[in-house]
Design a protein around this ligand. Structure first.
Ligand code: NAD
Ligand code: UD1
Length: 337
């Protein structure tokens, strides 16, 4: 199959490109490189020893996108392209709606024009907001609490509406929990532009000496050790879920939603101690107040993905920390240099 991967140069996109190529798919990537580096794609080719086609294209650029569809006979789209920083989305909501929602509308219009009606979309557990209980099931109410989360929910609804208007449209909405780790080669991984917002890249940068110490946001949550609990999932397991979703699209499922998580929650302190154990580095930290907007506990019930996609996460917390460290240690400046 020939698959268009939007945002394929990014963190999850580059790992998914590796798995798509390994599975024998042909891939075409569009990315505006606003939050990524082309080097990631050189590394994808080095890992797989396979070729890919890359276009530096913004998905809001209809003409450029149409040229890509004219040149390639695309069967399905895996849609990662989007902005993802929650704090920035609060400061710049219009940018998030324009890029994420506006970009997806143009992508879908171009897909319609070229009669490509199968899409896998990167949604997020953030659409659940603060869940009334855990583990979270797909049918739980959705209450995103920030513009980023709302942009994801709007796109889910747009894809639903498309299917209502034209049943040839199929969309698999994957709600990711907390992707972490890196490819076992240590050649590709997460490379935040700035000081990381998320826990795992922050810990890795403390371990490698780029940052002094970690700030643990809150130790008074109603959890076992008082720190926040999340469902961390190895990025390679998450990437493999997209292959199962592409298979599922062949059954014309309409619109379906799946949680991609492990079903296990780990606290911030457990993450720190596991990282210390696998890396042999100590991670100094201070306890600060809670981060505004954070929730105590969030983990998935991933059983629907197991049942209907025949997918489940296999890699544990030690692998996640080990592979994150391997990437960070080998690439202290990420792709820069
Ligand atoms: P990322 O920033 O590494 O990758 C996104 C890619 O999209 C980047 O390469 C960026 O340059 C590109 N992009 C952004 N806007 C674009 C546009 N208008 N046109 C073309 N390319 C554009 O992020 P990621 O962590 O790989 O996330 C991929 C997707 O998964 C995103 O949609 C994100 O919202 C979603 N997601 C991520 C997480 C996470 O924790 N990483 C969790 C849930 C959902
Ligand atoms: C963040 C996003 C969320 C997104 C998710 C997965 C925010 C507010 N939310 O959530 O929308 O879906 O990532 O990518 O950004 N922590 C620290 N110190 C740090 C960083 C984090 O103690 O420096 C704690 C947090 O309080 C939390 C846990 O570590 O308990 C995980 O944080 P993070 O990696 O940012 O993920 P989420 O909070 O789940």
């Amino acid at each position: 199959m020939k698959i268009l991967v939007t945002g394929g140069a990014g963190y999850i996109g580059s790992h998914t490109c590796v798995e798509l190529l390994k599975a024998g798919h042909e891939i075409v990537i569009v990315d505006n490189l606003s939050n990524s580096n082309k080097k990631s794609l050189h590394r994808v080719q080095a890992i797989t020893e396979k070729k890919l086609d890359f276009y530096k294209v913004d998905i809001r650029d209809r003409k450029a996108l149409e040229q890509v569809f004219e040149k390639h006979d695309i069967n399905s789209v895996v849609h990662f392209a989007g902005l993802k920083a929650v704090g920035e989305s609060v400061e710049k909501p219009l940018l998030y709606y324009k890029n994420n929602v506006g970009g997806t509308i143009i992508l879908c219009e171009v897909m319609n024009k070229f009669d490509v009606k199968d899409i896998v979309f990167s949604s997020s557990a953030t659409v659940y907001g603060d869940p009334h209980k855990v583990p979270i099931k797909e049918k739980f109410p959705v209450h995103p609490t920030n513009p980023y989360g709302r942009s994801k929910l709007m796109i889910e609804e747009i894809l639903n509406d498309l299917n209502v208007s034209d049943s040839e449209w199929n969309a698999i909405l994957l709600r990711y929990f907390n992707p972490v780790g890196a490819h076992e080669s240590g050649l590709i991984g997460e490379d935040p532009n700035d000081i990381p917002n998320n826990l795992m890249p922050y810990i890795s940068q403390v371990a490698v000496g780029k940052l002094d110490k970690l700030h643990v946001f809150g130790k008074d949550y109603p959890t076992e050790d008082g720190t926040g609990v999340r469902d961390y999932i190895h990025v390679v397991d998450l990437s493999l879920g997209h292959l199962n979703a592409l298979d599922k699209l062949q059954e014309n499922p309409g619109v379906t939603v799946y949680n991609l998580g492990t079903g296990e929650g780990y606290s911030v302190l457990e993450m720190i101690s596991t990282f210390e154990k696998v890396s042999g580095k100590s991670i100094p930290y201070d306890i600060l107040d809670r981060r505004s907007g954070d929730i105590a506990e969030c983990y998935a019930d991933p059983s629907l993905a197991k049942k209907e996609l025949n997918w489940e996460a296999k890699r544990g917390i030690e692998d996640m920390c080990k592979d994150a460290w391997h990437w960070q240690k080998n690439n202290p400046q990420g792709y820069k240099i």
